[in-house]
Design a binder for this molecule. Structure first.
Ligand code: GLY
Ligand code: MN
Ligand code: MN
Length: 430
C-alpha cells in the first residue's frame, strides 16, 4: 500500500453502525475480492472489495470479516480471518498482516488464521439464526464473474440451509452513501492529487501530442503522490473522440484547433476522485468552443446548487434538464419547436446531453447510494453536465465532486482545480 495509515476510528464506527442495523441473533460475513488471473501465473493487481475495506480497513486478499453482535462470547462479536503469515512466509510472500498489524489497522481484537475458519464458523452458526449475505445490488452493476463473496455465500447456504437469510447490501448502500469526515479527507486527498496531475498537463499539452502521452503525465503525478493510479479507466479524448462517451483508447494525436476532454481521477487509499475538464490543444478556445464551454459551466454551477438535503435524484435530473434546454436554445442547437414537440421520455436536450448529471462518489467511483431516497448532508456527488456536438467535431464535459452540507451550497472538493476558460488559457500560455 502506498497510502498513509488511516485512523481506525473510521472502521470501528462503520462496524458499529452496521451492527446497529442487524436483527437479533444474526451474523454477517464479508469477503475480500479474488486476485484475478490473466493466464499462466500472471494476475491483475489486487483490488480490495470496498465493503470489507469500509468495515475493517483490511486491504489484503483472502480475508473474511465476521460481525456477530449477539455472540455469546464477547470475543466473537467481531472476527477477522486472515491468510497466515510469519517471518518465514514473509520472506517468500512479502509483508502480510500479522495479528497485531490487523488489530492496529482495524481495531478488531480477534484475528484467526484462515485454516481455523470453518471450525469457528460452525460454532457461530450454531449460535445464530439469521445470516447476512453480501449481494451486489448496485444500480449499474453487471457482473459475469463469480466473486469470492458469491462462492462463499453458495458454500454457506448449502452447508447451513436452515438459517434465515438477510441482505447486507441495503444497509451498506445507506451507510456508505453518507461520508464520515475522515472519508471526506481521503476523497479530498484524491482530488488534490488529481489537481496536481491536471496542472502538470496544462504545461504539457500542445498540438501533436498523443492522447496516451497526456495519460502518462497524469499517471506519473499520481504515483509520486501515493496514489496507486487512476480511480477508473481514464478518458483522454481529443476532437471528435469526445463524442464517444466511453472512449478509452487514448491513442490519437491531439490536433491544433481541437479540444481535449479529460475525464481523469486519481484514487487514494481506495477512495476515488472523478474529474472532467475540457481544454484547447493549442491553449486558446475558439469563440464557439468558449460559448459552449461557458454554457456547460453555467449548467454545472446551477445544478450544484440543487444538491441539498431532501432533493430527489430523479427530480434533480428534471431540473437540470430545464437548465440545459435553455442553454441549448441560446446556442442555437435546438429550437423552441423541438422543445414544444419533445417526447417527455427523451426530451429534446438529450440529443446533446444524453447521460446523467450526478452520481454518488466515494470508495467506488459510481458509489453506493439508494437513488429513490432523499439526499442527505455528507453525501458526495459528482456534477458533470456535457454538450456533445458531433457535427462540430467536439464535445465538452465539466465534472466536479461536491459534498452536500446541512445548509447552504455544497462544498466543492475540486474548488482549486482550474475551471474558468480564461484561467485554463492563462495557465496553458505561461
Ligand atoms: N468517470 C466516470 C464518470 O464520470 O462517471
Ligand atoms: Mn468522470
Ligand atoms: Mn462521474
Amino acid at each position: 500500500m502506498k497510502y498513509l495509515p488511516i485512523d481506525r476510528a473510521l472502521f470501528i464506527k462503520n462496524r458499529k453502525n452496521f451492527m446497529a442495523q442487524m436483527k437479533p441473533k444474526s451474523v454477517a460475513f464479508f469477503n475480500s475480492n479474488d486476485i484475478y488471473p490473466v493466464s499462466a501465473d500472471s494476475t491483475l493487481p489486487f483490488e480490495q472489495h470496498r465493503d470489507i475495506f469500509y468495515l475493517s480497513g483490511v486491504d489484503q486478499e483472502e480475508s473474511v470479516l465476521v460481525l456477530f453482535p449477539d455472540a455469546p462470547e464477547e470475543k466473537h462479536r467481531e472476527i477477522l480471518f486472515l491468510k497466515e503469515t510469519n517471518e518465514h512466509i514473509a520472506v517468500w510472500e512479502g509483508e502480510k498482516l500479522t495479528k497485531e498489524k490487523a488489530f492496529e489497522t482495524s481495531g478488531i481484537k480477534t484475528v484467526y488464521w484462515l485454516q481455523d475458519m470453518k471450525r469457528v464458523i460452525a460454532e457461530l452458526m450454531a449460535q445464530s439464526e439469521t445470516v447476512y449475505i453480501n449481494t451486489n445490488e448496485h444500480y449499474r452493476a453487471n457482473v459475469e464473474t463469480e466473486t469470492r463473496e458469491v462462492r462463499f455465500t453458495k458454500w454457506l447456504k448449502e452447508k447451513y440451509p436452515a438459517h434465515r437469510v438477510a441482505k447486507s447490501n441495503p444497509i451498506l448502500q445507506r451507510l456508505r452513501s453518507v461520508k464520515d469526515p475522515i472519508e471526506i479527507d481521503l476523497i479530498q486527498t484524491a482530488c488534490n492529487i488529481t489537481e496536481k496531475g491536471f496542472r502538470r498537463i496544462l504545461n504539457f499539452v500542445k498540438p501533436g501530442v498523443m492522447e496516451y502521452e497526456i495519460e502518462a503525465e497524469f499517471m506519473h503525478e499520481f504515483l509520486r503522490n501515493r496514489s496507486k493510479g487512476f480511480a477508473y479507466t481514464p478518458i483522454v479524448a481529443s476532437g471528435k473522440n469526445a463524442n464517444v462517451l466511453h472512449y478509452i483508447e487514448n491513442n490519437q494525436e491531439c490536433k491544433d484547433g481541437d479540444l481535449i476532454l479529460l475525464d481523469v481521477g486519481a484514487e487514494y487509499a481506495n477512495y476515488s476522485s472523478d474529474m472532467t475538464r475540457t481544454i484547447p490543444v493549442n491553449g486558446r478556445y475558439t469563440k464557439r468552443q468558449k460559448d459552449v464551454y461557458n454554457a456547460v459551466l453555467r449548467v454545472k454551477n446551477e445544478a450544484t446548487k440543487l444538491l441539498v438535503p431532501g432533493t430527489l435524484w430523479k427530480e434533480y435530473h428534471v431540473e437540470v434538464g430545464k437548465l440545459m434546454t435553455s442553454e441549448l436554445l441560446n446556442l442555437g442547437l435546438i429550437t423552441k419547436a423541438d422543445v414544444q414537440n419533445e417526447n417527455p421520455d427523451w426530451p429534446a436536450y438529450k440529443k446533446y446531453f444524453m447521460h446523467g448529471t450526478s452520481h454518488h462518489m466515494g470508495l467506488d467511483t459510481h458509489d453506493y447510494g439508494l437513488l429513490w431516497e432523499p439526499m442527505k448532508a455528507g453525501m458526495v456527488f459528482t456534477v458533470e453536465p456535457g454538450i456533445y456536438i458531433p457535427e462540430e467535431g467536439f464535445g465538452i464535459r465539466i465534472e466536479d465532486d461536491v459534498v452536500i452540507q446541512k445548509t447552504g451550497d455544497p462544498f466543492n472538493l475540486m474548488r482549486n482545480i482550474p475551471i474558468e476558460a480564461n484561467e485554463i488559457e492563462d495557465l496553458m500560455n505561461r
